[in-house]
Design a binder for this molecule. Structure first.
Ligand code: ATP
Ligand code: MG
Length: 326
């Protein structure tokens, strides 16, 4: 069984980028046999940016419900909250002692977020990739399905695993990022040169999974398009390429098929079709999301923490022994 681990931060509103770049691939992997998967709600990562406690509490539960409503089966995968297992913070501290300032300074997410949060460039934000390495390495993870923006962090994780292993003996598995070509980087609807982000300045950047169909329709109608009028993907049409990717991944039709369907038609026709595809997806997702019961979801998280906790504790024991911590 190949071991899979990934997570999402319980910050703001999850969007189509999080689904198409990450969670959709988790669902596919966990439905194929041969994988043992763990999906985490990474609340310790979320607090590297200022969070309002009541909102954070609600967001953690919302992310758990999102995983379930998108098709993660808690009978087959482990779902848990990062802060419920103290070994994540403990291993992060240990990895901090072998991570180099120079390699962390190179991380583009840190550079972007430091610019975004000039008033709060804290140690946690800087050490984010080290905590992420701890998350992954605790579970002997082999496959990390993520969006393209997290590739650099998975590479750092491999470096840290490798460094620890050479210093103290074989302890960690070196994981591989699984980044699908299609959907790996869904771009902002208001700016096709930047990725869609939960923390984008304008809500017109993203379609949140909990946006009402009316709101989503409005965002699509406002979405930037390229010059010209052809419904075609390509390097010179970044906005259309992005919208076609979203259409294709949600409908299951290939980009080529969609281009054919809209040949000779206008952007407005294409946007109308896209709105229909997005609305279908959102309505289906939201019906499942709203039917979930909080008490049952909390029980799933407790059960997940028990299963993941046992693995994490045993790995930490090994780490401490190898390092001479008695
Ligand atoms: P934030 O802006 O707060 O960092 P985010 O939208 O980047 O939020 P994360 O919780 O950091 O979301 O990332 C969760 C997962 O979603 C990661 O695997 C990440 O690579 C993936 N992801 C995030 N944005 C996109 C995107 N625009 N396209 C594809 N995948 C994405
Ligand atoms: Mg992010």
């Amino acid at each position: 069984m190949q071991k899979v681990f990934s997570g999402v931060q319980p910050t703001n509103n999850l969007h189509l980028g999080n689904y198409l770049g990450a969670i959709k691939n988790w669902v596919e992997l966990s439905r194929q046999g041969g994988y043992e998967s763990i999906f985490c709600i990474v609340d310790l990562h979320a607090i590297t940016v200022k969070q309002e406690p009541n909102t954070l509490r609600q967001n953690v539960l919302n992310v758990a419900k999102t995983y379930l409503a998108l098709g993660i089966d808690p009978g087959k995968s482990t779902i848990f909250v990062q802060s419920h297992i103290k070994e994540h913070a403990e291993l992060a501290w240990i990895l901090n002692t072998i991570a180099k300032l120079s390699e962390l300074e190179r991380m583009t997410q840190f550079k972007d977020k430091a610019k975004q949060h000039k008033e709060n460039i804290n140690m946690g934000l800087f050490g984010y990739p080290v905590l992420m390495a701890a998350d992954i390495l605790l579970y002997d993870t082999e496959v990390v399905p993520v969006g393209e923006d997290q590739k650099q962090h998975v590479e750092l994780t491999r470096d840290l695993a490798n460094r620890f292993n050479s210093l103290f003996g074989k302890t960690f598995v070196e994981p591989e990022a699984l980044i699908k070509k299609e959907g790996a980087r869904i771009m902002g609807l208001d700016d096709p040169t930047k990725k869609m982000s939960k923390s984008a300045a304008s809500p017109n950047n993203y379609i949140a999974l909990l946006d009402s169909p009316a709101v989503a329709a409005k965002k699509i109608s406002r979405a930037i398009t390229d010059s010209g009028s052809e419904i075609k993907s390509g390097a010179n049409k970044p906005a259309l390429t992005n919208l076609l990717t979203i259409y294709s991944l949600l409908s299951g039709e290939s980009v080529k098929e969609i281009e054919k369907e809209y040949a000779g038609k206008q952007y407005s026709d294409f946007k109308k079709g896209l709105t229909e595809v997005v609305t279908n997806f959102l309505t289906n997702f939201q019906t499942k999301f709203n039917a979930l019961d909080d008490t049952k979801v909390k029980a799933i998280l407790e059960d997940g923490a028990k299963k993941a906790g046992a693995i994490a504790q045993s790995k930490m024991k090994d780490v401490k022994t190898k390092m001479g911590l008695i």
